[in-house]
Design a protein around this ligand. Structure first.
Ligand code: PLP
Length: 367
């Protein structure tokens, strides 16, 4: 069934897996591994690329008989990795992208994403409250359902629809092949951040379908109202239903393992343990994490393993942050699969253009 779903190749898969020997030694987990979805796309994007491969393909075929692409419409906070990836990959794939954003507390990283969104999205609207964001999104979708207003393809927050989350079902098939090839042992635990639930639910469905015994452990990084066991379980069932994988007890709910203790004071508010985890990953392995998702997840991994006394088991950290915001400053993507221009890998400060803030002002509409 998965193979009959439309799919558009945007990223570079399979992503590598390797052992984190130095970090593992430092934190007392002998068999610590990483799945490098940070390297999944030339234009950054992390965990979003796998989701967008299914969503863009579905958008392309959403107007039978019409060869032009619909406008993509999506939502998120101003520093959203998802909105940034949709704007950048969408433009590269030939879509017009519109988005509705709510203002999150600015950090250096969220502002970089915001600048990139302003550069690549065709139209941006901003609201100040999350509740207004969801109300407006629902309003736009309802209008669309009644055939009012412009033709658009709606992509939900985080790309976490059942279809988008299928990207993480196939990610587990990829992981299973790597296990079969002897590149890593079958993990006892797979750790992943939980923002809008699609990545964790896709991994859980994928683990079941691939027949792995691994336990997916979600580290909650967004508010409980969005990231909770009920929402993850419901999303997993919707994915399995979409894939017609409803036989053999697959629909029987399984406990959702969510770790809440490293969330801290709120979404995108760094914690001390998360910040330390970001530093340790850089110091011991030279790999970039950030404070909103992956730093908290590594901190959660350490605390979970210590609390459950499973330091001797194989543990997999699924890296979901693309780090692409810095690659893209003022470098329009030419093609998804061509080599990056020389300045892709410069830092934002090295590529800052004096006209940038002017461009940002002219492309953003706040209300
Ligand atoms: C870097 C990163 N990791 C993890 C997540 C969480 O994934 P999901 O929204 O599918 O739960 C997100 C987005 O929310 C993200 O941007």
């Amino acid at each position: 069934m998965i193979h009959s779903l439309p799919h558009l190749s945007l990223g570079n898969f399979p992503t590598p897996v390797h052992r984190l020997s130095n970090l593992g030694r430092a934190i007392g987990i002998d068999s610590l591994w990483i799945k490098r979805d940070d390297l999944g796309g030339l234009l950054g994007g992390g965990n979003k690329v796998r989701k967008l491969e299914y969503l863009f393909a579905d958008a392309q075929k959403s107007r039978p008989g019409d060869s032009s692409y619909p406008t993509l419409f999506t939502i998120g906070p101003t520093g959203s990795n998802h909105v940034r990836a949709t704007a950048v990959y969408g433009k590269a794939a030939g879509f017009r992208v519109e988005c509705l954003l709510f203002r999150q507390p600015p950090t250096e990283y969220s502002e970089l994403n915001y600048e990139t969104i302003c550069e690549y999205a065709a139209e941006i609207q901003e609201v100040t409250r999350v509740s207004t964001l969801f109300a407006r999104y629902a309003y736009q979708k309802t209008k669309h359902a009644f055939g009012i207003g412009p033709e658009r393809y709606f992509i939900t927050a985080g790309g976490s629809s059942p279809l988008g989350s299928v990207g993480y079902v196939t990610a587990v098939t990829e992981l299973k092949t790597q296990i079969d090839e002897g590149l890593l042992p079958e993990p006892r635990f797979i750790f992943v951040p939980v923002g809008t639930c699609g990545t964790m639910a896709g991994l859980m469905a994928g683990v079941r379908l691939a027949g792995l015994r691994s336990q997916v452990v979600g580290i909650r990084v967004s508010d409980w109202i969005i990231a909770n066991a009920w929402a993850v379980s419901r999303m997993e069932r919707r994915i399995l239903r979409l894939l017609s994988a409803t036989d053999g007890g697959l629909m029987n709910p399984r406990p959702v393992e969510l770790w809440h203790h490293d969330f801290g004071k709120g979404y995108a508010i760094p914690t001390e343990a998360g910040t330390r985890a970001v530093e340790m990953m850089m110091e011991h392995e030279g790999i970039l994490l950030e404070n909103t998702y992956t730093g908290k997840t590594l901190a959660g991994l350490v605390h979970y393993v210590q609390t459950h006394g499973c330091e001797d088991e194989p543990v997999l950290f699924w890296h979901t942050y693309g780090g692409g915001a810095t690659f893209l400053q003022h470098t329009p993507p030419q093609s998804l699969h061509s080599p990056p221009p020389a300045n892709y890998f410069q830092t934002a400060s090295e590529t800052t253009s004096p006209h940038h803030s002017d461009r940002r002002r002219s492309s953003c509409h706040t209300n």
